[in-house]
Every structure is written in structure tokens, then in C-alpha cells.
Write a new protein. Sequence first.
Length: 181
Amino acid sequence: MPVKRRVAKGRMSDVSEMEWAVLTDQRDERTFCQADGWEGFFLRSMQEPGCLAVPSLGDLWLAHRGTILADWIGEHPGTRPSCWWRWDGPIWADRPGFMKSECEPRRRLGGVGHANDYSFRFGLPTSWVKEGHPSSPAPDPFDPPMFESQAAYLDRHGLLLPGERRRLKPADFEPEVVAVD
């Protein structure tokens, strides 16, 4: 007798479970090539939409972002999933010429420490200068880098959806301290 399988909330049949998990931030695409042996996915995740004969992660995001965002905002108001930050966030106009398509990062509000490169996740730097760098300070654990929250970023850019702001608390607009390892 056939087994009836339940499809995860909102998941479309043209998207694998692994792809859906990445699109909805249940898994980080960078872990697939190590944990699941799915080397091809890592390559596909790095491509911009329309660049490959098979759908890239960007193509899947463009096809399903409406469903994903509706579910996401319903569960996590004042935030956006990583694919939104990658492909739908406001373009960083002042970014160095080699990466003009990158999403504008969140505003830095204080703290000590210099970002190491132009790599961001959820609008925050992912790499920091280490202790002993000759010209830039490493993050200070007693005064760590601090950035605007996702809710403050979305509000500043006019990107909160109607009714989303009402669901947010004052704490959602408080600055976010970055934990640096």
C-alpha cells in the first residue's frame, strides 16, 4: 500500500528537502558539502540566478520567495532569512566595485574591532581581524562590535510589511552585539 508523505509547510514539490532546508534557514548551505557529501549543491548555491542549466539556489529562491517570506515573517517578524539578505536586500551602492550586487550591511553602532573582509551574513560581517594585526584593532570582548537589529534595518529601509511592525516589541529594535570567536 502506498505511503502518503507529508510535504513540509509551504514546500513545493520541485524543491528537494535539502534545498528547502537551506532556503528556509533550517540548514546552512555551507555545511552540505561536508556533512551530506553533496558537493554539487555548494557550487549551485554560489551561482546567481539564471547562470546554470539546472536551477541554482538563487533560482529556487526567486521561484519560492513569496511563500518562504510569508511563512518566515509569520514566525519571525522583524527578520528575514539568509536568502533574502543574499538576493533581495537593498543593494549596497557604496560597496567596492567588484561586488556591487551585495546587500547593504546593517549599520554599525559601536564597539571595537575591524571586519576582515567583505563577507556578510544577515547583514553582519562574518570575519574579523585577529589580535596583533599591524593596522587594525581586533574585536574587544569588553566592547564588542555592535550593529542595528534586523528590525531596525528593515524599518530604516521601509521594508517592514503592513502589520509586521505591530508584532514587534521595543527589544526587537535594540542594537545587536556580535559575538566574535
